[in-house]
Write a protein of this length. Structure first.
Lengths: 434, 424
């Protein structure tokens, strides 16, 4: 509790940053406030996420060690051996994670030397697979981040992804005979529209009745699950298939894959980057974005300044849902080519972690998504090579989320002074609004 | 005293609400006639089984002429609606009760129509409803404990999952169901402590903290399950609490076997529910807790330790959620499966709101949601052409409607979700 009291949270934002910069530079260099470069500012912005990720990896390693029987066997012989065994366990696990995420350097070099296209593709496969895994994260993270900027907590990304996927799958398989140049954007935007509808409803409810978006989006998630369950066992079921899966989409709706098999890397990644830039441009360069951020940081002031808060809330939730819907579209049009039950595994909650890790900034979200994508993809290899269940990644993500959300813990662990976190306007409020 | 009470009653019911409710009841009555009574075969007979499977005492099936029953139900529903409109203040404070009666009539009409010319085991349906309501109600009680003290807890799902896993694991290893259950409660308490540390001491956004606990629980339970419990079945075989029959009471026809022939989780639910209601509304402890949830600054001024109260509430809530989690492995399935709670923690949250943050209300909501769930699994048997998924959606839609304040708004603790900052 004393920690929270000591934190300079109540000081004005700019002031706190200045004080921190002075103290940080004093501590690091032993000099007074001389250089205040842009670089040091960026370093400071990165220090909490970096330490959070680092601490998360350490704690994850600890869990891996503590759940490996060999460690206890070695520890029984002598504590020193135990520590050696612990190191071995973590090394095996994390090197498998690393090579699974980025590729094995030795293999890459060998493949490049051999010059065989097939071998090269296989060597680079893990790296591209990480990008494929990161793509839906980018959309999902952007969705939550945009909501945060407007002071809204979109916990319904999971459901919006589902609805987006349903819409684009439907357009993907039912529309026939139009060229890819039209079909792909059509199907993709249909997904965005589906997500936007699913975001619009809680947004409208929030604006008109004050019903809190957290509960409403959670409810919308489950309605989406049931709806897709019904669609996939009924109207959208693939004829003749015993499983609840939609028909395969037309070739013209598939997102372009620049490399041959087995690399699944597709155009969606570039769309995600472009959309991230669009979100950046929207948030920081347009009047709409300014209004949105103003409502997010202080709705009362925004109302006083003549902004229409309710419209902004509805717009923000719809856009947020639309971004999430794109994640669904991306998965259907770029990776799976059909829609199956339970295809989206926890993207909704991970997206919240991503938005927080990326500080609700599109660039931050992209970087965080690349990291999470790499972790998720590498974990598959870790499961294969080291026998560590892939679920450890969720544990890691939870730790990272906690440390990002409560930087005071990081401050306590590492005994460093950090600037007061500028909240991205996330305000829970009560379920019924005020 | 009497006059103030009377005046309050007048104030509580707004004329619009009275009118809306009255029209709603009439609409329900009309629907009963239009959808069910009109559509049923005049000769059909509805057969309701009155004994759940496995019960000792049996009573004969109830045979009802479908159309006559439905006509009577129509008249009853319309009667309630007419009374609501004709009486000067409608049903006043008892409007919610009237709403409950109308809902019950409507549901009974639906069942009569659905089972016309067929047979439906009503007692079995009630029995499944009750057992499906148990985790929802317990989870909602966990939510009430936290939110009445002003801490939003969306981590009920994660706490339940953790309780389920730990309960199964410890129960199997120790060979004792009670030790397993104690461990489940303890695991819930630990997660509650984490939630309290993050959201009370560090003032983290409570939704973020809850999300982190949910992600963590999903990850760690699946991890341990995949690593140990699936490969070694001895670690995942705790067994379940046997049903306890309460003598005499279980011999009551119809209700006896449904209510008094259950395992101890069902009885615990009733006990906890009652205790929490008494605790919240008739003790100093409850008054303090509600004060902290409504206006922490005022409570602090009066010398109530806001932080300690919130810690206690969130940890107790965690224990309750852990107990609810124990139900899945030790009370129902007898085995832990990955992500076996399947979103019931979130439905608990809905039940809590639906039940207006009241223990008995939460139980009512739990029953309603459990009913939708158990009816959905019987739709195929009855040969209805309504997709069961739409029935399963109903609880969520109903919660959104309640939240929107269309049919009376839930009374939410005023400081729910707002971290408390001590001044100075």
């Amino acid at each position: 509790m004393s920690e929270a009291k000591n934190s300079p949270e109540k000081e004005p934002e700019k002031n706190a940053a200045q004080i921190f910069q002075e103290e940080f530079i004093k501590e690091v260099t032993g000099n007074g406030p001389k250089k205040r470069s842009r670089l040091s500012g960026m370093l400071q912005a990165l220090i909490v996420p970096f330490l959070a990720i680092f601490t998360g990896l350490v704690l994850g390693g600890l869990i891996i060690i503590l759940t490996t029987p060999e460690f206890y066997a070695a520890w029984a012989q002598s504590p020193l051996r135990g520590l050696g065994e612990a190191w071995n366990i973590v090394k095996t696990a994390y090197s498998a994670l690393f090579t699974g995420a980025l590729g094995d350097p030795a293999k890459i070099v060998a493949a490049l030397e051999s010059g065989e296209p097939d071998a090269i593709r296989r060597a680079f496969y893990p790296f591209f697979e990480s990008l494929v895994a990161a793509t839906p994260y980018i959309f999902g993270g952007l969705a939550v981040a945009l909501g945060f900027r407007a002071g809204l907590f979109n916990i319904g990304v999971e459901g919006q992804i589902f609805i987006g996927a349903i819409f684009s799958a439907f357009v993907g398989y039912s529309v026939k005979g139009i060229p890819a140049v039209l079909h792909v954007p059509f199907a993709f935007l249909a997904g965005a529209l589906g997500g936007a509808i699913w975001g619009f409803i809680p947004g409208w409810l929030k604006a008109k009745t004050g019903g809190h978006e957290v509960i409403n989006t959670i409810m919308m998630n489950y309605i989406a699950f049931r709806l897709s369950d019904w669609l996939l066992t009924g109207p959208m079921k693939r004829p003749g298939s015993p499983n609840p899966v939609s028909p395969t989409i037309e070739d013209t709706a598939k997102l372009f894959r620049p490399f041959g098999d087995p690399i699944r890397f597709h155009l969606g990644f570039f769309i995600a980057l472009f959309v991230a830039w669009l979100v950046y441009w929207f948030l920081f360069k347009t009047k709409w974005g300014f209004d949105l951020r103003a409502v997010g940081s202080n709705p009362h002031a925004a109302r006083y300044a003549g902004m229409v808060v309710s419209v902004t809330i509805i717009l923000a939730m719809s856009l947020s849902g639309g971004l999430a819907g794109m994640a669904g579209a991306n998965e259907v049009l770029g990776v799976n080519f059909n829609l199956a039950m339970a295809f989206s595994s926890g993207y909704g909650f991970d997206s919240i972690a991503l938005a927080l890790l990326g500080k609700s900034h599109p660039l931050g979200v992209v970087l965080a998504s690349l990291l999470f994508g790499a972790l998720r993809n590498g974990a598959t290899n870790m499961q294969l090579k080291a026998g560590i269940p892939i679920d450890i990644i969720s544990v890691l993500q939870a730790f990272i989320l906690v440390f990002i959300a409560a930087p005071a813990i990081i401050r306590t662990i590492y005994r460093i002074k950090l600037p007061a976190e500028t909240d991205a306007g996330v305000f829970a409020g009560t379920w019924g609004g005020d | 005293m009497a006059t103030t009470a009377l005046r309050r009653e007048v104030e509580i019911v707004s004329p619009t609400r009275k009118l809306v409710m009255g029209l709603l009841f009439l609409a329900a009555g009309f629907l009963v006639w239009w959808l069910f009574a009109r559509a049923v075969d005049p000769e059909a007979v509805t057969k309701f089984g009155m004994t759940p499977g496995g019960a000792r005492s049996t009573i004969p099936d109830m045979q009802l002429p479908s159309q006559l029953t439905l006509n009577i139900l129509t008249i009853l529903t319309l009667g309630v609606g007419a009374l609501q409109l004709i009486l000067p203040h409608g049903f006043g404070k008892r409007t919610n009760l009237a709403l409950g009666v109308v809902s019950a009539l409507f549901i009974f009409a639906f069942l009569t129509w659905a089972a016309a010319g067929k047979s439906l085991n009503l007692a079995g349906l009630m029995n499944t409803t009750l057992s499906k309501a148990v985790p929802l109600t317990l989870g909602a009680l966990a939510g009430i404990l936290c939110e009445r003290a002003g801490v939003v807890n969306i981590a009920i799902e994660g706490m339940m999952l953790m309780g389920a896993m730990v309960g199964a694991l410890v129960g199997s290893v120790s060979g004792s169901l009670w030790i397993g259950l104690a461990a489940a409660v303890f695991a819930g308490a630990l997660l509650g402590l984490v939630h309290a540390v993050l959201s009370v001491t560090y003032k983290t956004n409570q939704i973020v903290s809850g999300t982190a606990i949910n992600i963590f629980s999903t990850g760690i339970t699946s991890y341990i399950s995949a690593k140990f419990m699936q490969t070694n079945q001895a670690l995942n075989n705790p067994g379940t609490f046997p049903p306890l029959e309460i003598p005499l009471l279980s011999d009551i026809p119809f209700f006896g076997p449904i209510l008094f022939h259950n395992n101890m989780f069902v009885y615990s639910m009733f006990i906890f529910m009652t205790l929490l209601h008494i605790g919240l509304f008739f003790t100093r402890w409850g008054l303090r807790m509600r004060a902290v949830g409504e206006h922490p600054r005022a409570a602090d001024t009066l010398g109530i330790n806001v932080f300690r109260t919130r810690y206690m509430a969130v940890i107790l809530g965690g224990m309750m959620a852990g107990f609810a989690g124990g139900y899945f492995t030790l009370g129902s399935v007898g085995r832990f499966d990955e992500v076996m709670t399947a979103g019931r923690g979130f439905i608990s949250l809905a039940a809590m709101i639906f039940g207006n943050y009241m223990p008995f209300g939460a139980f009512g909501a739990g029953l309603l949601f459990g009913f939708a769930d158990s009816l959905a699994s019987r739709i195929a048997i009855l040969g209805l052409r309504i997709p069961s998924q739409f029935l399963l959606m109903a609880p969520y839609i109903a919660t959104m409607v309640v939240l929107a304040g269309v049919v009376g708004r839930a009374q939410i603790p005023a400081a729910d979700g707002v971290p408390y900052e001590k001044e100075g």
